[in-house]
Design a protein around this ligand. Structure first.
Ligand code: M6R
Length: 606
Protein backbone atom coordinates (compact mmCIF):
# COMPACT_ATOMS: atom_id res chain seq x y z
CA UNK A 1 0.00 0.00 0.00
CA UNK A 2 1.11 3.63 0.39
CA UNK A 3 1.47 6.03 -2.50
CA UNK A 4 4.58 7.69 -3.88
CA UNK A 5 4.97 10.72 -6.10
CA UNK A 6 8.15 12.49 -7.12
CA UNK A 7 8.58 15.47 -9.46
CA UNK A 8 11.75 17.12 -10.76
CA UNK A 9 11.03 20.26 -12.75
CA UNK A 10 12.01 23.78 -13.67
CA UNK A 11 9.03 25.01 -11.66
CA UNK A 12 7.85 24.66 -8.09
CA UNK A 13 6.43 21.26 -7.39
CA UNK A 14 4.67 21.19 -4.01
CA UNK A 15 1.13 21.93 -5.17
CA UNK A 16 1.33 19.31 -7.91
CA UNK A 17 2.72 16.77 -5.45
CA UNK A 18 -0.28 17.44 -3.19
CA UNK A 19 -2.70 17.02 -6.12
CA UNK A 20 -1.11 13.70 -7.02
CA UNK A 21 -1.21 12.58 -3.40
CA UNK A 22 -4.97 13.18 -3.41
CA UNK A 23 -5.22 10.73 -6.29
CA UNK A 24 -3.06 8.25 -4.43
CA UNK A 25 -5.10 8.30 -1.23
CA UNK A 26 -6.78 5.06 -2.28
CA UNK A 27 -3.46 3.42 -1.34
CA UNK A 28 -3.38 4.68 2.21
CA UNK A 29 -4.73 7.56 4.16
CA UNK A 30 -3.49 7.43 7.71
CA UNK A 31 -0.76 10.02 7.26
CA UNK A 32 0.89 12.03 4.51
CA UNK A 33 4.03 14.02 3.86
CA UNK A 34 6.16 15.89 1.38
CA UNK A 35 9.83 16.88 1.15
CA UNK A 36 11.35 19.38 -1.27
CA UNK A 37 14.89 20.47 -1.90
CA UNK A 38 15.52 24.20 -1.50
CA UNK A 39 19.02 25.71 -1.64
CA UNK A 40 20.71 22.52 -0.49
CA UNK A 41 18.24 21.94 2.34
CA UNK A 42 15.54 19.33 2.56
CA UNK A 43 12.28 20.81 3.85
CA UNK A 44 9.64 18.43 5.14
CA UNK A 45 5.98 18.84 5.98
CA UNK A 46 4.22 15.79 7.44
CA UNK A 47 0.95 15.12 9.22
CA UNK A 48 -1.19 12.41 10.68
CA UNK A 49 -4.43 12.02 8.72
CA UNK A 50 -5.49 12.90 5.22
CA UNK A 51 -3.89 14.90 2.41
CA UNK A 52 -6.35 17.74 3.12
CA UNK A 53 -4.59 18.24 6.44
CA UNK A 54 -1.20 18.18 4.72
CA UNK A 55 -2.38 20.76 2.19
CA UNK A 56 -3.50 23.04 5.02
CA UNK A 57 -0.16 22.65 6.78
CA UNK A 58 1.86 23.27 3.61
CA UNK A 59 0.03 26.53 3.01
CA UNK A 60 1.44 27.80 6.34
CA UNK A 61 5.02 27.05 5.27
CA UNK A 62 5.08 28.35 1.68
CA UNK A 63 7.00 25.25 0.66
CA UNK A 64 9.26 26.04 -2.27
CA UNK A 65 11.48 23.80 -4.39
CA UNK A 66 11.54 22.32 -7.88
CA UNK A 67 12.44 18.78 -6.76
CA UNK A 68 10.18 16.97 -4.34
CA UNK A 69 8.76 13.70 -3.17
CA UNK A 70 5.45 12.99 -1.48
CA UNK A 71 3.79 10.06 0.22
CA UNK A 72 0.49 8.80 1.57
CA UNK A 73 0.88 6.09 4.16
CA UNK A 74 -0.86 2.92 5.24
CA UNK A 75 1.00 2.02 8.42
CA UNK A 76 2.97 -1.22 8.59
CA UNK A 77 5.81 -0.44 11.05
CA UNK A 78 4.87 2.11 13.69
CA UNK A 79 1.44 3.58 14.32
CA UNK A 80 0.00 6.31 12.12
CA UNK A 81 1.54 9.56 13.42
CA UNK A 82 3.34 12.64 12.19
CA UNK A 83 6.72 11.24 13.21
CA UNK A 84 6.11 7.96 11.34
CA UNK A 85 4.76 9.68 8.23
CA UNK A 86 7.06 9.69 5.18
CA UNK A 87 9.33 11.14 3.85
CA UNK A 88 12.03 10.02 6.27
CA UNK A 89 15.15 12.11 6.16
CA UNK A 90 18.75 11.82 7.32
CA UNK A 91 21.26 14.64 7.16
CA UNK A 92 21.84 13.75 3.48
CA UNK A 93 18.70 12.29 1.92
CA UNK A 94 14.94 12.08 2.10
CA UNK A 95 13.13 8.83 1.26
CA UNK A 96 9.58 7.73 0.51
CA UNK A 97 8.88 4.02 0.52
CA UNK A 98 6.09 1.57 -0.25
CA UNK A 99 6.43 -2.02 0.94
CA UNK A 100 8.11 -3.65 3.90
CA UNK A 101 11.82 -3.93 4.71
CA UNK A 102 11.93 -7.32 6.38
CA UNK A 103 15.45 -6.99 7.80
CA UNK A 104 14.95 -3.46 9.12
CA UNK A 105 15.52 -4.46 12.77
CA UNK A 106 18.97 -5.91 12.00
CA UNK A 107 19.91 -2.98 9.79
CA UNK A 108 18.73 -0.51 12.42
CA UNK A 109 20.96 -2.12 15.08
CA UNK A 110 23.99 -1.93 12.77
CA UNK A 111 23.30 1.69 11.93
CA UNK A 112 22.73 2.64 15.57
CA UNK A 113 26.11 1.14 16.42
CA UNK A 114 27.60 3.51 13.85
CA UNK A 115 25.94 6.43 15.61
CA UNK A 116 22.84 7.01 13.48
CA UNK A 117 19.89 8.23 15.52
CA UNK A 118 16.39 7.08 14.61
CA UNK A 119 13.38 9.32 15.08
CA UNK A 120 10.56 7.05 13.93
CA UNK A 121 9.40 3.48 14.47
CA UNK A 122 9.30 2.80 10.74
CA UNK A 123 11.26 0.32 8.67
CA UNK A 124 11.78 3.06 6.07
CA UNK A 125 14.08 5.22 8.17
CA UNK A 126 16.83 2.59 7.86
CA UNK A 127 16.92 3.28 4.12
CA UNK A 128 17.61 6.98 4.68
CA UNK A 129 20.52 6.24 7.04
CA UNK A 130 21.83 3.36 4.95
CA UNK A 131 21.99 5.56 1.84
CA UNK A 132 23.69 8.28 3.88
CA UNK A 133 26.25 5.79 5.17
CA UNK A 134 27.11 4.35 1.76
CA UNK A 135 27.31 7.80 0.19
CA UNK A 136 30.33 8.51 2.40
CA UNK A 137 32.50 6.10 0.41
CA UNK A 138 30.62 5.47 -2.82
CA UNK A 139 29.29 7.27 -5.86
CA UNK A 140 25.54 7.84 -5.90
CA UNK A 141 24.98 5.03 -8.39
CA UNK A 142 27.07 2.50 -6.44
CA UNK A 143 25.36 3.57 -3.24
CA UNK A 144 21.99 2.70 -4.70
CA UNK A 145 23.21 -0.67 -6.01
CA UNK A 146 24.67 -1.55 -2.60
CA UNK A 147 21.71 -0.32 -0.58
CA UNK A 148 19.20 -2.23 -2.72
CA UNK A 149 21.26 -5.37 -2.25
CA UNK A 150 21.16 -4.91 1.54
CA UNK A 151 17.39 -4.56 1.71
CA UNK A 152 15.23 -7.66 2.14
CA UNK A 153 11.53 -7.50 1.40
CA UNK A 154 9.56 -5.39 -1.01
CA UNK A 155 9.82 -1.76 -1.93
CA UNK A 156 9.20 1.05 -4.30
CA UNK A 157 11.43 3.99 -3.40
CA UNK A 158 11.76 7.65 -4.19
CA UNK A 159 14.90 9.42 -2.92
CA UNK A 160 16.11 13.01 -3.09
CA UNK A 161 19.62 14.10 -2.07
CA UNK A 162 20.67 17.22 -0.23
CA UNK A 163 23.82 17.62 -2.33
CA UNK A 164 22.19 16.84 -5.68
CA UNK A 165 19.83 19.51 -6.88
CA UNK A 166 19.51 17.97 -10.32
CA UNK A 167 18.21 14.46 -9.72
CA UNK A 168 16.08 12.02 -7.81
CA UNK A 169 16.19 8.23 -7.67
CA UNK A 170 13.41 5.65 -8.09
CA UNK A 171 13.80 1.93 -7.37
CA UNK A 172 11.53 -1.08 -7.32
CA UNK A 173 11.33 -4.59 -5.95
CA UNK A 174 7.85 -5.99 -5.40
CA UNK A 175 5.85 -2.76 -5.14
CA UNK A 176 5.04 -0.99 -8.42
CA UNK A 177 6.73 2.20 -9.63
CA UNK A 178 5.94 4.14 -12.78
CA UNK A 179 8.22 6.74 -14.33
CA UNK A 180 6.70 9.58 -16.33
CA UNK A 181 8.20 11.82 -19.05
CA UNK A 182 7.16 15.47 -19.19
CA UNK A 183 8.25 18.66 -20.91
CA UNK A 184 11.35 19.91 -19.02
CA UNK A 185 10.35 17.77 -16.09
CA UNK A 186 10.03 14.11 -15.16
CA UNK A 187 8.19 12.10 -12.54
CA UNK A 188 7.98 8.94 -10.50
CA UNK A 189 4.74 7.61 -9.09
CA UNK A 190 3.12 4.53 -7.61
CA UNK A 191 0.89 4.31 -10.64
CA UNK A 192 0.11 6.05 -13.89
CA UNK A 193 -3.12 7.43 -12.43
CA UNK A 194 -1.11 9.73 -10.15
CA UNK A 195 0.88 10.99 -13.15
CA UNK A 196 -1.86 11.23 -15.73
CA UNK A 197 -2.63 14.90 -15.17
CA UNK A 198 1.03 15.63 -16.04
CA UNK A 199 1.92 13.09 -18.72
CA UNK A 200 0.65 10.17 -20.73
CA UNK A 201 4.16 8.85 -21.46
CA UNK A 202 5.09 6.23 -18.91
CA UNK A 203 7.61 3.45 -18.32
CA UNK A 204 7.36 0.88 -15.57
CA UNK A 205 10.31 -0.30 -13.52
CA UNK A 206 10.67 -4.05 -13.17
CA UNK A 207 11.86 -5.79 -10.01
CA UNK A 208 15.50 -5.04 -9.24
CA UNK A 209 15.66 -1.99 -11.48
CA UNK A 210 16.33 1.61 -10.50
CA UNK A 211 16.41 4.93 -12.28
CA UNK A 212 18.11 8.29 -11.98
CA UNK A 213 15.62 10.94 -12.95
CA UNK A 214 16.68 14.42 -14.06
CA UNK A 215 14.60 17.24 -15.53
CA UNK A 216 15.58 16.42 -19.06
CA UNK A 217 16.79 12.83 -18.89
CA UNK A 218 15.96 9.51 -17.26
CA UNK A 219 18.52 6.72 -17.00
CA UNK A 220 17.47 3.17 -16.15
CA UNK A 221 19.69 0.50 -14.59
CA UNK A 222 19.42 -3.14 -13.67
CA UNK A 223 20.43 -4.48 -10.25
CA UNK A 224 24.15 -4.48 -11.10
CA UNK A 225 24.07 -0.99 -12.54
CA UNK A 226 24.14 -1.79 -16.25
CA UNK A 227 22.22 0.66 -18.41
CA UNK A 228 18.91 -0.65 -19.71
CA UNK A 229 16.39 0.71 -22.19
CA UNK A 230 12.76 0.91 -21.23
CA UNK A 231 9.68 0.82 -23.40
CA UNK A 232 7.75 4.10 -23.28
CA UNK A 233 4.02 3.49 -23.17
CA UNK A 234 1.54 6.03 -24.47
CA UNK A 235 -1.45 5.99 -22.17
CA UNK A 236 -4.84 7.26 -23.27
CA UNK A 237 -4.91 11.03 -22.82
CA UNK A 238 -8.39 11.39 -21.46
CA UNK A 239 -8.13 11.55 -17.77
CA UNK A 240 -11.53 10.57 -16.56
CA UNK A 241 -12.58 13.04 -13.97
CA UNK A 242 -14.52 10.74 -11.74
CA UNK A 243 -16.53 12.68 -9.23
CA UNK A 244 -19.39 11.95 -6.88
CA UNK A 245 -22.01 13.68 -9.00
CA UNK A 246 -25.17 14.03 -6.90
CA UNK A 247 -23.98 11.44 -4.43
CA UNK A 248 -22.43 12.07 -1.09
CA UNK A 249 -20.24 8.95 -1.17
CA UNK A 250 -18.38 7.16 -3.93
CA UNK A 251 -19.52 3.81 -2.61
CA UNK A 252 -23.15 4.82 -2.88
CA UNK A 253 -22.56 5.97 -6.46
CA UNK A 254 -20.64 2.83 -7.31
CA UNK A 255 -23.41 0.58 -6.00
CA UNK A 256 -25.91 2.46 -8.14
CA UNK A 257 -23.65 2.24 -11.19
CA UNK A 258 -23.87 -1.54 -11.24
CA UNK A 259 -26.59 -1.82 -13.89
CA UNK A 260 -24.23 0.10 -16.22
CA UNK A 261 -21.28 -2.02 -15.08
CA UNK A 262 -23.29 -5.02 -16.18
CA UNK A 263 -24.37 -3.58 -19.52
CA UNK A 264 -20.89 -2.19 -20.33
CA UNK A 265 -19.32 -5.54 -19.61
CA UNK A 266 -21.95 -7.38 -21.64
CA UNK A 267 -21.43 -4.99 -24.55
CA UNK A 268 -17.73 -5.84 -24.46
CA UNK A 269 -18.03 -9.60 -24.24
CA UNK A 270 -21.37 -10.55 -25.79
CA UNK A 271 -22.11 -10.44 -29.49
CA UNK A 272 -25.80 -9.60 -29.27
CA UNK A 273 -26.46 -10.22 -32.96
CA UNK A 274 -25.20 -13.77 -32.93
CA UNK A 275 -26.02 -14.39 -29.28
CA UNK A 276 -22.57 -15.57 -28.40
CA UNK A 277 -19.60 -14.83 -26.18
CA UNK A 278 -16.91 -12.75 -27.78
CA UNK A 279 -13.51 -13.35 -26.22
CA UNK A 280 -11.53 -13.01 -29.39
CA UNK A 281 -8.07 -12.85 -27.91
CA UNK A 282 -8.29 -16.18 -26.06
CA UNK A 283 -4.82 -17.53 -26.88
CA UNK A 284 -5.25 -21.25 -26.17
CA UNK A 285 -7.24 -24.13 -27.56
CA UNK A 286 -9.90 -24.83 -24.95
CA UNK A 287 -9.10 -28.53 -25.37
CA UNK A 288 -5.64 -27.84 -23.93
CA UNK A 289 -7.20 -26.75 -20.63
CA UNK A 290 -8.25 -29.48 -18.22
CA UNK A 291 -8.43 -27.51 -15.02
CA UNK A 292 -8.68 -24.00 -13.67
CA UNK A 293 -7.21 -22.42 -10.54
CA UNK A 294 -8.79 -19.13 -9.50
CA UNK A 295 -6.78 -16.85 -7.21
CA UNK A 296 -7.56 -13.55 -5.50
CA UNK A 297 -7.86 -11.74 -2.16
CA UNK A 298 -10.83 -10.36 -0.25
CA UNK A 299 -13.78 -9.55 -2.45
CA UNK A 300 -11.90 -10.76 -5.53
CA UNK A 301 -11.47 -14.13 -3.79
CA UNK A 302 -15.23 -14.28 -3.30
CA UNK A 303 -15.77 -13.77 -7.01
CA UNK A 304 -13.34 -16.66 -7.59
CA UNK A 305 -15.38 -18.82 -5.22
CA UNK A 306 -18.59 -18.21 -7.05
CA UNK A 307 -16.91 -18.86 -10.41
CA UNK A 308 -16.03 -22.32 -9.11
CA UNK A 309 -19.75 -23.07 -8.80
CA UNK A 310 -20.47 -21.80 -12.32
CA UNK A 311 -17.54 -23.57 -13.91
CA UNK A 312 -18.22 -26.86 -12.18
CA UNK A 313 -21.84 -26.62 -13.17
CA UNK A 314 -21.34 -26.00 -16.87
CA UNK A 315 -17.81 -27.03 -17.92
CA UNK A 316 -15.82 -30.27 -17.68
CA UNK A 317 -12.99 -28.55 -15.84
CA UNK A 318 -11.58 -29.38 -12.44
CA UNK A 319 -11.87 -26.08 -10.61
CA UNK A 320 -9.96 -24.99 -7.51
CA UNK A 321 -9.85 -21.66 -5.75
CA UNK A 322 -7.20 -20.20 -3.49
CA UNK A 323 -6.47 -17.08 -1.53
CA UNK A 324 -3.38 -15.50 -3.10
CA UNK A 325 -1.48 -15.17 0.19
CA UNK A 326 -1.90 -18.93 0.74
CA UNK A 327 -1.31 -20.03 -2.84
CA UNK A 328 2.02 -18.24 -3.11
CA UNK A 329 3.50 -20.17 -0.17
CA UNK A 330 1.95 -23.59 -0.80
CA UNK A 331 3.90 -26.32 -2.50
CA UNK A 332 1.82 -26.09 -5.66
CA UNK A 333 2.28 -28.67 -8.39
CA UNK A 334 2.00 -26.50 -11.48
CA UNK A 335 0.21 -28.07 -14.42
CA UNK A 336 0.59 -27.18 -18.07
CA UNK A 337 -3.04 -28.00 -18.76
CA UNK A 338 -4.30 -25.74 -15.98
CA UNK A 339 -5.39 -22.15 -16.55
CA UNK A 340 -4.42 -19.95 -13.60
CA UNK A 341 -6.84 -17.03 -13.29
CA UNK A 342 -5.94 -13.99 -11.18
CA UNK A 343 -8.76 -11.73 -10.12
CA UNK A 344 -8.02 -8.23 -8.87
CA UNK A 345 -9.75 -4.87 -9.10
CA UNK A 346 -6.56 -2.85 -8.71
CA UNK A 347 -4.27 -5.31 -10.44
CA UNK A 348 -1.64 -4.31 -7.86
CA UNK A 349 -2.46 -6.51 -4.87
CA UNK A 350 0.94 -7.75 -3.70
CA UNK A 351 -0.09 -11.33 -2.91
CA UNK A 352 -2.06 -11.77 -6.12
CA UNK A 353 0.83 -10.35 -8.13
CA UNK A 354 3.32 -12.65 -6.38
CA UNK A 355 1.08 -15.65 -7.10
CA UNK A 356 0.98 -14.63 -10.78
CA UNK A 357 4.72 -14.18 -10.81
CA UNK A 358 5.16 -17.68 -9.42
CA UNK A 359 2.98 -19.06 -12.20
CA UNK A 360 4.92 -17.11 -14.83
CA UNK A 361 8.17 -18.56 -13.49
CA UNK A 362 6.64 -22.02 -13.80
CA UNK A 363 5.60 -21.25 -17.39
CA UNK A 364 1.91 -22.07 -17.02
CA UNK A 365 -1.07 -20.39 -18.66
CA UNK A 366 -2.16 -17.20 -16.88
CA UNK A 367 -5.19 -14.98 -17.21
CA UNK A 368 -5.92 -11.72 -15.37
CA UNK A 369 -9.42 -10.48 -14.63
CA UNK A 370 -8.74 -6.88 -13.64
CA UNK A 371 -10.26 -3.45 -13.60
CA UNK A 372 -7.07 -1.40 -14.00
CA UNK A 373 -5.71 -2.45 -17.36
CA UNK A 374 -2.39 -0.67 -16.90
CA UNK A 375 -1.72 -2.50 -13.64
CA UNK A 376 1.17 -4.86 -12.88
CA UNK A 377 -1.07 -7.93 -12.94
CA UNK A 378 -2.59 -6.95 -16.28
CA UNK A 379 0.83 -6.27 -17.77
CA UNK A 380 2.19 -9.64 -16.78
CA UNK A 381 -0.58 -12.11 -17.52
CA UNK A 382 -0.84 -13.96 -20.86
CA UNK A 383 -4.48 -13.01 -21.28
CA UNK A 384 -6.20 -9.95 -19.81
CA UNK A 385 -9.96 -9.81 -19.42
CA UNK A 386 -10.84 -6.31 -18.19
CA UNK A 387 -14.04 -5.93 -16.21
CA UNK A 388 -14.80 -2.53 -17.77
CA UNK A 389 -16.45 -1.00 -14.75
CA UNK A 390 -14.58 2.31 -14.65
CA UNK A 391 -12.65 3.62 -11.73
CA UNK A 392 -13.72 2.31 -8.34
CA UNK A 393 -12.84 4.73 -5.54
CA UNK A 394 -14.73 3.48 -2.49
CA UNK A 395 -12.37 1.24 -0.55
CA UNK A 396 -15.14 -1.33 -0.23
CA UNK A 397 -15.36 -3.07 -3.55
CA UNK A 398 -18.87 -3.14 -5.04
CA UNK A 399 -19.16 -2.58 -8.76
CA UNK A 400 -15.82 -4.30 -9.33
CA UNK A 401 -17.21 -7.42 -7.62
CA UNK A 402 -20.13 -7.28 -10.02
CA UNK A 403 -17.75 -6.92 -12.98
CA UNK A 404 -15.47 -9.72 -11.76
CA UNK A 405 -18.39 -12.10 -11.35
CA UNK A 406 -19.73 -11.21 -14.75
CA UNK A 407 -16.46 -11.70 -16.62
CA UNK A 408 -15.92 -15.04 -14.86
CA UNK A 409 -19.48 -16.08 -15.68
CA UNK A 410 -18.95 -15.19 -19.34
CA UNK A 411 -15.59 -16.99 -19.42
CA UNK A 412 -17.26 -20.05 -17.97
CA UNK A 413 -19.92 -19.84 -20.69
CA UNK A 414 -17.26 -19.61 -23.39
CA UNK A 415 -15.37 -22.62 -22.11
CA UNK A 416 -18.53 -24.69 -21.73
CA UNK A 417 -19.55 -23.86 -25.29
CA UNK A 418 -16.09 -24.65 -26.69
CA UNK A 419 -15.97 -27.88 -24.72
CA UNK A 420 -19.51 -28.74 -25.74
CA UNK A 421 -20.26 -29.46 -22.12
CA UNK A 422 -23.58 -27.65 -22.53
CA UNK A 423 -25.86 -27.88 -25.55
CA UNK A 424 -26.05 -25.11 -28.11
CA UNK A 425 -29.59 -24.33 -26.91
CA UNK A 426 -28.51 -24.06 -23.29
CA UNK A 427 -25.67 -21.79 -24.34
CA UNK A 428 -27.94 -19.51 -26.38
CA UNK A 429 -30.45 -19.43 -23.55
CA UNK A 430 -27.78 -18.42 -21.03
CA UNK A 431 -26.37 -15.72 -23.30
CA UNK A 432 -29.85 -14.35 -23.94
CA UNK A 433 -30.70 -14.35 -20.24
CA UNK A 434 -27.66 -12.26 -19.49
CA UNK A 435 -29.20 -9.44 -21.49
CA UNK A 436 -31.93 -8.90 -18.88
CA UNK A 437 -29.51 -8.86 -15.95
CA UNK A 438 -28.84 -5.12 -16.01
CA UNK A 439 -32.54 -4.32 -15.84
CA UNK A 440 -33.12 -6.68 -12.93
CA UNK A 441 -30.15 -5.15 -11.14
CA UNK A 442 -31.71 -1.71 -11.64
CA UNK A 443 -34.93 -2.91 -10.00
CA UNK A 444 -33.03 -4.50 -7.12
CA UNK A 445 -31.43 -1.16 -6.32
CA UNK A 446 -34.78 0.18 -5.19
CA UNK A 447 -34.60 -1.28 -1.72
CA UNK A 448 -33.23 1.73 0.13
CA UNK A 449 -36.16 2.52 2.39
CA UNK A 450 -36.49 -1.05 3.57
CA UNK A 451 -32.74 -1.55 4.05
CA UNK A 452 -32.45 1.71 5.92
CA UNK A 453 -34.62 0.31 8.74
CA UNK A 454 -32.99 -3.09 8.68
CA UNK A 455 -29.54 -1.47 8.85
CA UNK A 456 -30.41 0.20 12.16
CA UNK A 457 -30.48 -3.26 13.76
CA UNK A 458 -27.29 -4.51 12.08
CA UNK A 459 -25.44 -1.31 12.95
CA UNK A 460 -26.13 -1.75 16.66
CA UNK A 461 -25.59 -5.52 16.77
CA UNK A 462 -22.72 -7.15 18.64
CA UNK A 463 -22.44 -9.68 15.86
CA UNK A 464 -24.30 -11.02 12.84
CA UNK A 465 -24.34 -13.98 10.48
CA UNK A 466 -24.80 -14.34 6.73
CA UNK A 467 -25.93 -17.76 5.56
CA UNK A 468 -26.29 -19.36 2.15
CA UNK A 469 -25.81 -22.58 0.24
CA UNK A 470 -24.48 -23.23 -3.26
CA UNK A 471 -24.17 -20.03 -5.30
CA UNK A 472 -25.37 -18.07 -2.28
CA UNK A 473 -22.52 -19.16 -0.01
CA UNK A 474 -19.81 -16.92 -1.58
CA UNK A 475 -22.33 -14.07 -1.60
CA UNK A 476 -22.89 -14.64 2.13
CA UNK A 477 -19.13 -14.31 2.63
CA UNK A 478 -19.09 -11.12 0.60
CA UNK A 479 -22.07 -9.66 2.50
CA UNK A 480 -20.32 -10.35 5.80
CA UNK A 481 -17.06 -8.82 4.57
CA UNK A 482 -18.86 -5.64 3.51
CA UNK A 483 -20.53 -5.26 6.91
CA UNK A 484 -17.25 -5.85 8.75
CA UNK A 485 -15.19 -3.41 6.74
CA UNK A 486 -17.73 -0.59 6.67
CA UNK A 487 -19.79 -0.81 9.86
CA UNK A 488 -17.14 -2.53 12.00
CA UNK A 489 -19.71 -5.10 13.10
CA UNK A 490 -18.53 -8.63 13.56
CA UNK A 491 -20.11 -10.65 10.77
CA UNK A 492 -19.62 -14.28 9.82
CA UNK A 493 -20.42 -15.67 6.40
CA UNK A 494 -21.25 -19.36 6.65
CA UNK A 495 -22.56 -22.20 4.53
CA UNK A 496 -26.06 -22.60 5.98
CA UNK A 497 -25.58 -26.36 6.26
CA UNK A 498 -22.61 -25.91 8.59
CA UNK A 499 -24.48 -24.03 11.29
CA UNK A 500 -25.30 -27.05 13.39
CA UNK A 501 -21.63 -28.07 13.39
CA UNK A 502 -20.72 -25.27 15.76
CA UNK A 503 -21.73 -21.70 14.87
CA UNK A 504 -25.33 -22.25 15.96
CA UNK A 505 -23.99 -21.77 19.49
CA UNK A 506 -23.45 -18.09 18.64
CA UNK A 507 -27.12 -17.41 17.95
CA UNK A 508 -28.84 -15.58 20.73
CA UNK A 509 -32.04 -13.61 21.17
CA UNK A 510 -32.24 -10.70 18.72
CA UNK A 511 -29.06 -11.48 16.75
CA UNK A 512 -29.52 -10.29 13.15
CA UNK A 513 -28.96 -13.04 10.58
CA UNK A 514 -29.15 -12.72 6.80
CA UNK A 515 -30.41 -15.85 5.08
CA UNK A 516 -29.86 -16.02 1.33
CA UNK A 517 -32.40 -18.49 0.02
CA UNK A 518 -33.18 -18.05 -3.67
CA UNK A 519 -35.50 -20.62 -5.26
CA UNK A 520 -32.78 -22.98 -6.37
CA UNK A 521 -32.04 -26.62 -5.62
CA UNK A 522 -30.98 -25.68 -2.07
CA UNK A 523 -34.04 -23.63 -1.26
CA UNK A 524 -35.89 -26.05 1.00
CA UNK A 525 -32.78 -27.00 2.91
CA UNK A 526 -31.80 -23.37 3.46
CA UNK A 527 -35.31 -22.57 4.70
CA UNK A 528 -34.94 -25.41 7.23
CA UNK A 529 -31.62 -23.94 8.37
CA UNK A 530 -33.35 -20.59 8.66
CA UNK A 531 -35.98 -22.16 10.94
CA UNK A 532 -33.22 -23.46 13.15
CA UNK A 533 -31.78 -19.99 13.73
CA UNK A 534 -35.22 -18.41 14.16
CA UNK A 535 -36.02 -21.04 16.78
CA UNK A 536 -32.98 -19.84 18.72
CA UNK A 537 -34.02 -16.21 18.71
CA UNK A 538 -32.36 -14.83 15.54
CA UNK A 539 -33.91 -11.87 13.73
CA UNK A 540 -33.84 -13.11 10.16
CA UNK A 541 -33.61 -11.00 7.05
CA UNK A 542 -34.52 -13.38 4.26
CA UNK A 543 -33.31 -12.54 0.76
CA UNK A 544 -34.95 -14.63 -1.93
CA UNK A 545 -36.42 -14.18 -5.37
CA UNK A 546 -40.00 -13.57 -6.42
CA UNK A 547 -41.98 -16.67 -6.97
CA UNK A 548 -45.63 -17.60 -7.26
CA UNK A 549 -45.30 -19.67 -4.08
CA UNK A 550 -45.05 -17.68 -0.88
CA UNK A 551 -42.20 -18.57 1.46
CA UNK A 552 -43.77 -20.92 3.96
CA UNK A 553 -42.20 -19.93 7.21
CA UNK A 554 -43.22 -18.06 10.29
CA UNK A 555 -41.43 -15.42 12.29
CA UNK A 556 -39.27 -14.06 9.49
CA UNK A 557 -38.31 -10.56 10.61
CA UNK A 558 -37.83 -8.98 7.16
CA UNK A 559 -37.91 -10.19 3.58
CA UNK A 560 -36.41 -8.82 0.36
CA UNK A 561 -37.30 -10.33 -3.01
CA UNK A 562 -35.27 -9.91 -6.16
CA UNK A 563 -36.34 -10.75 -9.71
CA UNK A 564 -36.90 -14.31 -10.73
CA UNK A 565 -34.02 -15.13 -13.09
CA UNK A 566 -32.28 -18.42 -13.80
CA UNK A 567 -30.64 -19.58 -10.61
CA UNK A 568 -27.07 -19.07 -11.81
CA UNK A 569 -27.78 -15.35 -12.27
CA UNK A 570 -29.34 -14.78 -8.87
CA UNK A 571 -25.95 -14.15 -7.15
CA UNK A 572 -25.65 -10.90 -9.11
CA UNK A 573 -28.95 -9.65 -7.72
CA UNK A 574 -28.77 -10.77 -4.09
CA UNK A 575 -25.39 -9.07 -3.78
CA UNK A 576 -26.99 -5.64 -4.11
CA UNK A 577 -29.13 -5.55 -0.93
CA UNK A 578 -26.09 -6.75 1.03
CA UNK A 579 -23.96 -3.88 -0.28
CA UNK A 580 -26.71 -1.45 0.68
CA UNK A 581 -27.05 -3.06 4.10
CA UNK A 582 -23.36 -2.43 4.82
CA UNK A 583 -23.57 1.08 3.41
CA UNK A 584 -26.57 2.12 5.51
CA UNK A 585 -25.19 0.44 8.65
CA UNK A 586 -21.99 2.48 8.33
CA UNK A 587 -23.98 5.61 7.53
CA UNK A 588 -26.08 5.10 10.64
CA UNK A 589 -22.91 4.98 12.73
CA UNK A 590 -21.43 8.02 11.03
CA UNK A 591 -18.35 6.16 9.81
CA UNK A 592 -16.16 7.17 6.90
CA UNK A 593 -17.82 5.16 4.17
CA UNK A 594 -15.31 5.63 1.37
CA UNK A 595 -12.28 5.24 3.61
CA UNK A 596 -12.98 2.75 6.39
CA UNK A 597 -10.50 2.62 9.25
CA UNK A 598 -7.29 0.60 8.90
CA UNK A 599 -7.88 -0.21 5.21
CA UNK A 600 -6.63 0.91 1.81
CA UNK A 601 -7.96 0.41 -1.67
CA UNK A 602 -4.87 -1.22 -3.06
CA UNK A 603 -3.01 -3.67 -0.83
CA UNK A 604 0.54 -3.58 -2.12
CA UNK A 605 2.18 -5.19 0.89
CA UNK A 606 1.82 -8.83 1.82
O1 M6R B 1 -7.57 -4.84 -5.88
P1 M6R B 1 -7.94 -6.23 -5.48
O2 M6R B 1 -9.24 -6.68 -6.07
O3 M6R B 1 -6.86 -7.23 -5.73
O4 M6R B 1 -8.16 -6.16 -3.92
C1 M6R B 1 -8.41 -7.31 -3.17
C2 M6R B 1 -8.92 -6.97 -1.80
O5 M6R B 1 -7.99 -6.22 -1.09
C3 M6R B 1 -10.23 -6.17 -1.86
O6 M6R B 1 -11.20 -6.85 -2.58
C4 M6R B 1 -10.75 -5.91 -0.43
O7 M6R B 1 -11.13 -7.10 0.16
C5 M6R B 1 -11.91 -4.90 -0.49
N1 M6R B 1 -11.68 -3.83 0.42
C6 M6R B 1 -13.22 -5.51 -0.15
O8 M6R B 1 -14.27 -4.60 -0.22
Amino acid sequence: MCGIIGIISTQEVSSRIVNSLKKLEYRGYDSAGIATLVDGNINEVKCEGRVDVLERDISKFNLKGDIGIGHVRWATHGKPSKINAHPHSSEQVSVVHNGIIENSTILKKLLEKKGYVFKSQTDTEVIAHLVTDYLKKNSLKNTIIKVLKKLHGSFALGIIFKDQNDLMVGAKRGSPLAVGYGPNENYIGSDSYALKSMTNKISYLEDGEFCIVKKDQIEFFDNVGSHINKKVLNLSKNEIDYDKGDYKYFMEKEIDEQPSTISDCINEYIDKYNNQVNILNFPWKTSSIKSVMLIGCGTAFHSCLIAKYWMEQSTNLDVSVDIASEFRYRKVRFKKDCLYIFVSQSGETADTYAALDLCKKNKVKTCAVVNVVESSIARNADLVLPIHCGQEIGVASTKAFMGQMLVLYILSLKISFDQKSITREEYKHKVENLLSLSNSAKKTLKVDQKILNIAKVFAEAKGSMFLGRGYSFPIALEGALKLKELAYVHAEGYPAGEMKHGPLALIEEGMPVVVLAPRDEHYKKTISNMQEVIARGAKVLLITNKNKDEVISENIWEKIEVDQLDEDLIPFLITIPLQKLAFYSALKKGYDIDKPRNLAKSVTVE
